[in-house]
Design a protein around this ligand. Structure first.
Ligand SMILES: C[S@@+](CC[C@H](N)C(=O)[O-])C[C@H]1O[C@@H](n2cnc3c(N)ncnc32)[C@H](O)[C@@H]1O
Length: 302
């Protein structure tokens, strides 16, 4: 197959995709949902790839643990070359490059256009454009043909869709080939509840447990999103037609450290001097901890 034939095949099968103002980014109509509403309030959208290089940003601490888990979960997919993977809710592509590096042709999709411009330019500069197709679209109505992907990644995305969560999971199932691998990460009820306790937010604590909702953002960008127990998520995956394979919990500690640092309760200078020791502590809890902020799920389309 010529380099771009895989993109042509997707465009032929998905007539609703239109090129956005000669940018090389394709766009499809979307219905508003809470995930879109929340992120649209951020001018830049999600730029966690750029922020992982900013020392002591949460993305700086957490990204290596996500990468380790994602790599482990997709290790079993043989001969990635020529296969198609999607990074659903990719933002500026924090994990898109990981998929490209492994040899996949990659569809990177997000509902916020801004980080997609950034990702597109980054791919162009780094000679990755032939194997990357950037799509502005929504996770609950993917403009991607059925049974076309070997891997679908959705890191920190589906829970934002709240009542459309099940629809998004169903869409990931539709676009994967039978046997295709899904890796999705969602917030964990134990971590959110523990965080409310130590940050003295009793209202949030009750809401976590009673309504299975938690607060994200502040002021006019404060929203309540879905929260899951590990049993909830196993049930959702099963109901959507996935076979549960494994999960990896992402430690809550970096998130607490980040909040305390931004509140001035933890000194940046001291953190800088002790960075290696702090990293060792986080490494230890990544392997041995059980208090999870998010859980990264690994399942297979039945
Ligand atoms: C927490 S960020 C994660 C970004 C990226 N996966 C990462 O880990 O760096 C959540 C992303 O989901 C996107 N998003 C929210 N609702 C969406 C929807 N309905 N369809 C597609 N993307 C959505 C946001 O625009 C944002 O880029």
């Amino acid at each position: 197959m010529m380099n771009n034939d895989w993109k042509k095949a997707i465009l032929e099968a998905t007539p609703q995709l239109k090129e956005f103002e000669s940018t090389g980014i394709y766009t499809a109509e979307m219905e508003k949902n809470l995930g879109i509403e929340y992120h649209d309030k951020m001018e830049t959208g999600s730029i966690l790839r750029s922020l992982k290089d900013q020392k002591f940003h949460l993305s700086y601490w957490e990204t290596p643990y996500y990468e380790k888990a994602i790599n482990t979960f997709i290790d079993g997919v043989e001969n990635a070359e020529g296969k198609i993977a999607a990074d659903i809710g990719c933002g500026d592509g924090r994990f898109t490059e990981l998929l490209l590096d492994r040899g996949y042709n990659v569809i990177a999709l997000d509902s916020h256009i801004q980080p997609l411009f950034d990702l597109s330019q980054y791919a162009e500069k780094n000679g990755m454009s032939d194997r990357l197709m950037v799509i502005h679209g929504s996770a609950d109505s993917l403009p991607i043909p059925s049974d076309s992907l070997d891997v679908a990644l959705a890191i920190g995305v589906f829970y934002y869709l709240n009542e459309n969560f099940e629809k998004a999971l169903g869409e990931a199932h539709r676009v994967l080939k039978p046997g295709g691998i899904l890796v999705n990460s969602e917030p964990d009820i134990e971590g959110a509840t523990f965080k409310s306790v130590i940050l003295d937010e009793i209202e949030d604590l009750l809401e976590n447990l009673e309504q299975r909702r938690f607060k994200e953002g502040k002021g006019k960008t404060e929203f309540k999103f879905r929260l899951f127990t590990k049993e909830d998520m196993k049930g959702h995956l099963d109901a959507a037609g996935f076979e549960f394979l494994d999960y990896h919990g992402l430690s809550l500690l970096p998130s607490i450290l980040r909040i305390k640092t931004s509140r001035g309760e933890f000194s940046l200078e001291e953190l800088e001097q002790k960075e290696d020791q702090v990293r060792n502590v986080f490494d230890y809890f990544d392997t041995n901890g059980s208090l999870h902020k998010h859980v990264i799920w690994n399942s297979r389309k039945r």
